[in-house]
Structure formats: structure tokens, C-alpha cells
Design a protein around this ligand. Structure first.
Ligand code: TYD
Length: 494
């Protein structure tokens, strides 16, 4: 199941609904879709709940009714939501039966067994137990019944609390106990780290491609006083996900924004982004100097990102070198490039190198399947074509309609040609184009360099002036690049 399941437990009056609403709000602020629900639920149009609340069933019947209500709740509400990737928060769940029906004298082994039948594999990953003395709970829910009833009720709630705590001790890794006498704000604050941990765990696809362990290593290096990093990896390797993780750790107040190359805004973050070679000019690098002149506003550090660092002109590179030679104590530099050998060696030597490898086709296929909602078969094809580089996938999908992708991507590149030909002018000489690109590759390989990039091929295609529109040019250039590179590398190895 793709979503996550959180339950909130506690005796009456412990503040479960308030906390549930806060958690929902927080998760939604992280872009997570949340279903907030409760037990007893609405099974059979609420008829089960009506009986429970108004007909005073005997303890055992009561337990069966709660179980029936729970089973319906799980299968009709919770499971479908989780399978759709949503998060579910339920106010009360299986632990309520363990505590309440247990306190009513029903055998707790029986309750546990029936719970397992009722919920199947829909287990909460996190349960928050709001713990409150029964006397305090009674104060909060005042005015119910007469004095004797009041006394009985307090005694009962006290038993329920005891059983809850017993279960929490036995399931310490799932159930966290929170003191419910503190304020709602404080309660939420103590719960938040557990939510953040769950967010990390449940979004393994995100985590996988954000390379958390590498981001952590960078943070540790910064703690030891290192300030400049040259992150490099093949085009589309997903470097932004990792660098974003570093930025959010260094500048926690940074905000998600659209329409920015890194999707991040903070007065303490500066992203210098170049689209093509030589597009990062000296004035852009001078602006970095100005940016670093002042202390950070919100964080301990100011982070400068340069992407792609090989797109700096020589003048720009030299200006950056000056800044790197005497950086302010708060300056952190995250340079990224797909072509490290094109970055000035004096800059390279001032940076700690961080290499990002390709993901395996298998890992990437799992990510693609989830992220782009395509079939496993399509995901595997896309993973192979993108050579373990997640950001190429988006590019391919942008160009091709995801639904028809298999029509385009076949085992042999030459099968693209009939498709490609409808995109290009009649006089395209494919063979000539291939030969040109191939010789470019071979030349690079013979010189022992990896200089050939998709952009080189694009330039060649542009130079040949054969393709109709920009998008098509890029597509064709990329397809040629990937296919030939793969073929030539394989031939070279064998
Ligand atoms: P409700 O009015 O929803 O109270 P609360 O706000 O405390 O959740 O009523 C739920 C009652 O049902 C509550 O007293 C606990 C009880 N209950 C059980 O005894 N067993 C269960 O399995 C569940 C889910 C609830």
C-alpha cells in the first residue's frame, strides 16, 4: 500500500479530534492527501453505531459490533484510501477495543485475535496515545449523569487508561505515548518528529531518488568546515532532488515555490542556473559576491547553487574562483555539472567532489511506475531508455504521450525511424546523421574522454537543419544519443 495509516487513541476527553485536525493540516501542507475518519464509523448507515450508543449491548455483543464496524471501515474506507496513495488518520481503531472492551471484561486474547481478522494487513504505522488521568478526563467532560454514575465512569476510564498504557509498553515501536495534559500546541510539537520520520519512510520513491545518505554526508562535511561541493553525474541523474535535501537541511525556513529551477525560495538561497554552455556570465557570478556580502537572514548559512557549473564563461569561472578562495564563514557552494572535465580545474580543486551514480534500471522502474502512474512494462522500458537517470524520464514523457509510449520505444532504435520520419523533412538523411554522431562518439572514446553529450548531438542535428520544431529536434537528438552511446559502449566493452 502506498499511503500511510495513523491512529489516535486515548480515553474520552483526551483531545483526539483536535490533534487529528492538526496532523491533517500539517500533512496537507506537505502536499499529502489525507482522509480523516473515526470509529465507531458509519458502517451500515451508522446503524451499528446507533446500537452501540443507544441499546447498551452486553460486553461481548458490544465487542462483536465494534469488530463488524471496524471490518467495514477498513475494507470500504481505509484500505481504498491507502491504496490510492492517501494517508489515513483514524480517531480510534483496534487499540480502542483492546482497552475499552478489555476494561469491560472481555478476554483480551480474543479481542486481539478478532482485531487481526477484522483489519487484515491494514496496520497503523503510527499510533498516538493521548494519555490523561481519568479524573482529569472527567473534569473535561463534565455534567454527564449523576454522582454514582460519575464515580463508576471514572473508575472505568482509569481501567481503560491502564490497559492502553500496557499495550503501549508492549508495542513501543508503533505506539507513542503523549502527555495529554499539556497544550494542543505542545502536543503537536512532540508528535511532529514522528510524522516527519513517517513521511521519510513512506515516500521511499522520493527518498530513493533524493539520495538521503549522500545529502547527509554533505551536511556532515559542512559541520566539519567544508564549504564547497562539486556534484557531478550523468545528465538527468536527479541531482536536484539531492541538492534540495541539502538546502532544506541548511535553511529549514526555505519554501517550496513553483517556477524556480530548484523549486525553492529563501533569502538565504541563491540559484544561478544556466540553460546552455557559456550562459552563466560574469555579472551573474558577481551577484553571488553581493549576495554573500551580508550575513544570512534566516539560517546559519547562505547557500549558492550553480547549475550547470560548466556553463560559466571563463571570466565567470575566474570570478567564482576569487569568491571560493575567500568565502565568508556562512557561504556554502553547491556546484552541479554533467561535464566535470569542463569545469576549471582550479575550481574543481577547491571543491569536494560528489559523484552521483545512475540508479539501477530496477530501482528506477519502481520509481517511474509510482511517480508517473504508468504500467510496470512501460516503467521498465522508460527506465532502460533513460539509462538510470530519473530526470530524463520526465523529458521523454513530455515529448511523447505516456499512453502511447510503447508504440515509440521498441527494442531496436531503427524502429523509431518510421515514427521519426513523420516528424522530419523528407530529405533527412538518417544514415548520414548517424555516421556523423557515431564518429563524434568514437572520436571521444578514442581520446579516452566522455565529451559527447546529448547537447553535442543536438548541436549536430541543429547544424544539419533537418528537423521541424525544437521539441522534435531535442527528442530526436536524445534518442540518437542514447541509442548510439549504448550500442557503442557495449561494442567497446566486448
Ligand atoms: P465517541 O462519542 O466517539 O467518543 P470519543 O470522542 O471518546 O471517541 O464514542 C466512542 C466510544 O466508543 C468511546 O467511549 C470509546 C468506545 N469504543 C469502544 O468501547 N471500543 C471500540 O473499539 C471503539 C472504537 C470505541
Amino acid at each position: 500500500m502506498k499511503g500511510a495509516f495513523i491512529t489516535i487513541e486515548g480515553i474520552d476527553g483526551s483531545g483526539k479530534d483536535t490533534l487529528a485536525a492538526r496532523i491533517k493540516e500539517y500533512l496537507e501542507s506537505k502536499g499529502i492527501e489525507v482522509v480523516l475518519t473515526r470509529e465507531p464509523g458509519d458502517a451500515f448507515d451508522g446503524k451499528v453505531r446507533d446500537i452501540l450508543m443507544h441499546n447498551r449491548p452486553l460486553p461481548l455483543s458490544e465487542m462483536f459490533l465494534f469488530m463488524a464496524d471496524r471490518h467495514e471501515h477498513v475494507e470500504r474506507v481505509i484500505r481504498p484510501a491507502l491504496e490510492a496513495g492517501k494517508w489515513v488518520i483514524s480517531v480510534r481503531f483496534a487499540d480502542s477495543s483492546m482497552a475499552y472492551q478489555g476494561a469491560r471484561g472481555v478476554d483480551r486474547d480474543l479481542i486481539e485475535r478478532l482485531n487481526m481478522e477484522a483489519i487484515g494487513d491494514v496496520f497503523p504505522q503510527l499510533t498516538i496515545l493521548l494519555d490523561l488521568p481519568a479524573s482529569e478526563a472527567m473534569n473535561r467532560i463534565k455534567g454527564r449523569g449523576n454522582a454514582v454514575e460519575h464515580f463508576e465512569r471514572e473508575e472505568f476510564l482509569s481501567k481503560v487508561r491502564g490497559l492502553y498504557l500496557e499495550d503501549a509498553a508492549a508495542h513501543g515501536n508503533r505506539i507513542i505515548v503523549v502527555d495529554a495534559t499539556i497544550s494542543p500546541d505542545e502536543i503537536f510539537r512532540s508528535v511532529k518528529p514522528y510524522l516527519d520520520k513517517l513521511i521519510d519512510e513512506v515516500a521511499p520513491t522520493e527518498m530513493d531518488i533524493s539520495r538521503a545518505e549522500i545529502a547527509d554526508a554533505i551536511i556532515r562535511a559542512i559541520d566539519r568546515g567544508m564549504h564547497a561541493f562539486l556534484v557531478y553525474g550523468p545528465w538527468g541523474c536527479g541531482h536536484k532532488h539531492m541538492i534540495r535535501k541539502v538546502i532544506y537541511t541548511l535553511v529549514p525556513s526555505a519554501k517550496d515555490v513553483e517556477d524556480e529551477p530548484y523549486g525553492i525560495y529563501s533569502p538565504d538561497v541563491m540559484v544561478v542556473y544556466g540553460e546552455k554552455p557559456s550562459s552563466i556570465k560574469i555579472d551573474m557570478v558577481r551577484a553571488i559576491g553581493d549576495f554573500l556580502d551580508y550575513r544570512p537572514i534566516e539560517a546559519k548559512y547562505k547557500v549558492v547553487v550553480i547549475d550547470d557549473a560548466s556553463f560559466m564563461t571563463l571570466q565567470a569561472s575566474n570570478a567564482l574562483l576569487k569568491i571560493l578562495e575567500e568565502p565568508p564563514e556562512w557561504g556554502i557552494f553547491m556546484l552541479y555539472t554533467s561535464y566535470p572535465e569542463r569545469v576549471l580545474s582550479t575550481i574543481r580543486s577547491r571543491c569536494a567532489g560528489v559523484r552521483l551514480d545512475r540508479f539501477s534500471t530496477k530501482q528506477l522502474a519502481v520509481y517511474i511506475e509510482e511517480r508517473f502512474s504508468v504500467s510496470r512494462e512501460e516503467a521498465e522500458t522508460l527506465a532502460r531508455l533513460s539509462e538510470g537517470c530519473p530526470d530524463r524520464v520526465e523529458h521523454i514523457l513530455q515529448v511523447l504521450d505516456a499512453e502511447s509510449i510503447l508504440d515509440y520505444i521498441k527494442e531496436d532504435f531503427y524502429k523509431y525511424v518510421p515514427v521519426g520520419q513523420s516528424l522530419v523533412e523528407d530529405n533527412v538523411m538518417w544514415d548520414k546523421l548517424f555516421l556523423e554522431v557515431e564518429s563524434l562518439f568514437l572520436q571521444g572514446l578514442m581520446e579516452g574522454k566522455q565529451h559527447i553529450t546529448p547537447d553535442d548531438v543536438l548541436m549536430l542535428v541543429e547544424w544539419e537543419g533537418m528537423l521541424k520544431a525544437n521539441v522534435q529536434k531535442k527528442l530526436i537528438a536524445d534518442l540518437i544519443y542514447w541509442r548510439l552511446k549504448e550500442g557503442i559502449e557495449r561494442a567497446h566493452i566486448s
